[in-house]
Design a protein around this ligand. Structure first.
Ligand SMILES: Nc1ncnc2c1ncn2[C@@H]1O[C@H](COP(=O)(O)OP(=O)(O)OP(=O)(O)O)[C@@H](O)[C@H]1O
Length: 269
């Protein structure tokens, strides 16, 4: 069953169209990877879903439905409720996820305060349990963002995203700024959470190999258009669009092919 249905989505500046009427759907529990070169329109498309486009960009669509609700008619207040509650974002720049001026615990608490009527004790317990769920030390609550490592901060950002059990997590290049070990940890934890909670993931990445490891389905973007959509298996075994074939051919060699990559990729790697 579809959680998110996007049809004819366009994003424009005052003078130029950046995204040219794309269609995407994500089912409940599905992990969709949106892949494309830099500037292909992945981020602005993702921003437009939850009304987070930067000033100067506008969105139109034929259809934009989230869990039965029409986002095209949703009020600003409706969007505020949706974000952080039903739709959560994890961004590449984890430094921006937290204000440097407040302890991480206070910032997690603000999210819970804004969306629940829970008492302080329950909010504190829930925040600590969520950090623990991501194998982060409980004393992180008392630290400022600059007092934790980049990898921990990105996992704390993931904790902030899942505090309220969102139905959709939009992860926009969440591992680009991390070393390989921390990148793998963040994605493994995101995959565990997705399985446990049954939520959907919209994963934006340049990295076709990571997409192949974690996603169920893929959409390949180029120049503001979706050039190809399909299951991971179909896309790796029978890529149709030229951009998809180029992206697959550009995957660097790897000795240990991840278990979920289809056999066809081994010939390419
Ligand atoms: N605020 C903005 N004002 C004007 N143009 C913008 C703005 N933000 C993005 N763009 C343009 O929109 C196009 C798509 O950008 P977008 O950030 O969505 O690409 P992307 O595929 O996410 O790239 P990357 O992988 O590098 O993040 C680019 O041409 C970009 O220059």
């Amino acid at each position: 069953m579809s959680l998110l249905e996007i049809s004819g989505l366009r994003v424009s500046t005052a003078t130029q169209e950046l995204v040219h009427g794309i269609d995407l759907t994500i089912d409940k529990g599905e992990w969709l990877a949106v892949i494309g070169e830099s500037g292909s329109g992945k981020s602005v498309s993702a921003f437009s879903i939850a009304d987070l486009l930067p000033r100067g960009l506008t969105r139109t669509a034929d259809r934009l439905m989230f869990d039965g609700a029409d986002l095209l008619t949703l009020s600003k207040a409706g969007y505020r409720e949706l974000r952080g509650n039903r739709i959560a974002y994890v961004f590449q720049d984890y430094q921006q996820a937290f204000s440097p001026y407040y302890r991480i615990g206070k910032q997690l608490d603000e999210v819970l305060k804004a969306h629940t009527d829970w008492k302080p004790e329950r909010r504190r317990e829930h925040a600590a349990a969520t950090l623990e769920r991501l194998s982060l030390p409980g004393d992180l609550l008392h630290r400022y963002p600059f007092q934790v490592s980049g990898g921990q901060l990105q996992r704390a950002a993931l904790a902030a995203a899942i505090l309220l059990d969102p139905a959709l997590i939009i992860a926009d290049e969440p591992t680009t700024a991390l070393d390989a070990v921390n990148a793998s940890l963040v994605l493994d934890q995101l995959a565990d959470i997705q399985k446990e909670k049954g939520c959907s993931v919209l994963f934006i990445t340049h990295n076709l190999r990571l997409a192949g490891k974690f996603a169920d389905t893929m959409a390949i973007m180029q120049d503001g258009c979706v050039k190809e959509r399909g299951t991971v298996s179909d896309i790796f075994t029978a890529p149709k669009a030229a951009i998809t074939r180029n992206l697959i051919a550009a995957i660097p060699p790897l000795r240990n092919i991840p278990a979920r990559l289809p056999v066809a990729l081994e010939g390419v790697a």
